[in-house]
Design a protein around this ligand. Structure first.
Ligand code: AVI
Length: 336
């Protein structure tokens, strides 16, 4: 199927609407209580996230963009010409433009995103900005099963782009498993250009996830509003407050929603009791040092690492080394 100017291809693997109530209940029966961070990203949550990315305390976005701009010549040198670029969770594809402006003769661009509307809009914008580039948009959950389309022109290699340090939102075992899947998708000799946030002072980290204007608090609380709106839960949202803490032992920032009072909440016919001060963990953001991350990306060779001057954030180019489940060079279809 083609959309837009007739030249963007869309491969529609959109999963069935997530059962939010089931996911929420599975987290709230656990001890301690949790909610999945994917709950954040409805329309309102995505707008709030875009605002977070511009906040003075939230250093990752501007630092990563700075690295991409400053090091673009070295990045395109190592990535090489004639690649098929596959972006995982493409969102607005803003950072991609820095790459596409500099890559030598990219064969095709395949943005993958679960949000159909945003995917189509950004794929169409990319098509209009780079009319000779084949754009093959895939509407899919990139953490699930998907396949990447073959481009018309055979690429020299497939390169995945996964910016934003979203890898930090995976628990370590999931991150390892996910990176192995990516290695299989790009094939031996294929690449992964990835943004990885680094360890730093607790003060900087906590502030990045608890800004003075309260935008991150609103983003976190929006998960409860969403459950009220979409599955008829009865959270009294004002009776919860946002908290961000650095879990030193696990090397991660955690976002919590803490119950201000003793209360109970009903979701899809199930009641959940909260003690005053009891927390729901809504997100974990792991911060790595370079050695730790290299150990997790165990089926890649770390080819190059670029950091900002303060070593707050890294952009890394990894090359897939291991043959996984029969993947071989040039065999370019991946699934979990
Ligand atoms: C999407 N992800 C990489 C963000 C992060 O920094 O973990 C989500 C976020 N949560 C609060 N602020 C930003």
């Amino acid at each position: 199927m083609s959309v837009g100017a007739g030249a963007v291809e869309i491969i529609d693997l959109e999963p069935a609407a997530a059962d939010l109530a089931t996911d929420a209940i599975a987290g709230l029966v656990a001890t301690p209580k949790t909610l999945p961070c994917k709950l954040f990203y409805d329309k309102r949550g995505s707008e709030l996230f875009d605002r977070i990315c511009t906040l003075p305390e939230y250093y990752p976005t501007r630092t990563e963009i700075g690295i991409l701009h400053d090091r673009i010549a070295a990045i395109v040198d190592v990535v090489g010409p004639n690649v098929q670029l596959v972006e995982l969770g493409s969102g607005s594809s803003e950072k991609t433009r820095i790459l596409l402006d500099a890559l030598r003769d990219p064969v095709a661009y395949a943005p993958i995103d679960i949000s159909r509307e945003q995917l189509l809009e950004s794929a169409d914008r990319i098509h209009r900005a780079y009319p000779s580039l084949q754009v093959q948009a895939v509407c899919a959950d990139y953490t699930g099963s998907f396949s990447v389309p073959e481009p018309r022109r055979p690429p020299a290699r497939r390169v995945a782009f996964f910016p934003g340090s979203t890898i930090g939102n995976f628990h370590e075992r999931e991150a390892r498993h996910f990176l192995r899947r990516i290695a299989r998708i790009v094939g031996v000799g294929g690449g992964l250009l990835i943004g990885v946030d680094l360890r730093k002072s607790e003060e900087t980290l906590v502030a990045a996830y608890d800004d003075a204007m309260g935008v991150t608090a609103e983003f976190n609380l929006n998960a409860l509003h969403r459950l009220n709106r979409e599955v008829g839960a009865d959270f009294v949202v004002d009776q919860f407050e946002h908290r961000s803490i650095w879990n030193r032992e696990l090397g991660r920032i955690e976002m919590h929603l803490v119950s201000r009072v003793e209360q109970s909440v009903e979701i899809a016919g199930r009641r959940f009791d909260f003690a005053a001060g009891e927390a729901i963990r809504t997100e974990s953001a792991y911060k790595y040092d370079l050695e730790q991350f290299a150990a997790i990306a165990d089926e890649f060779r770390v080819e190059r690492v670029w950091c900002d001057a303060e070593r707050n954030f890294s952009v890394q180019y990894l090359v897939a080394e291991c043959e996984v489940d029969g993947a071989s060079p040039g065999r370019l279809v991946g699934s979990s």
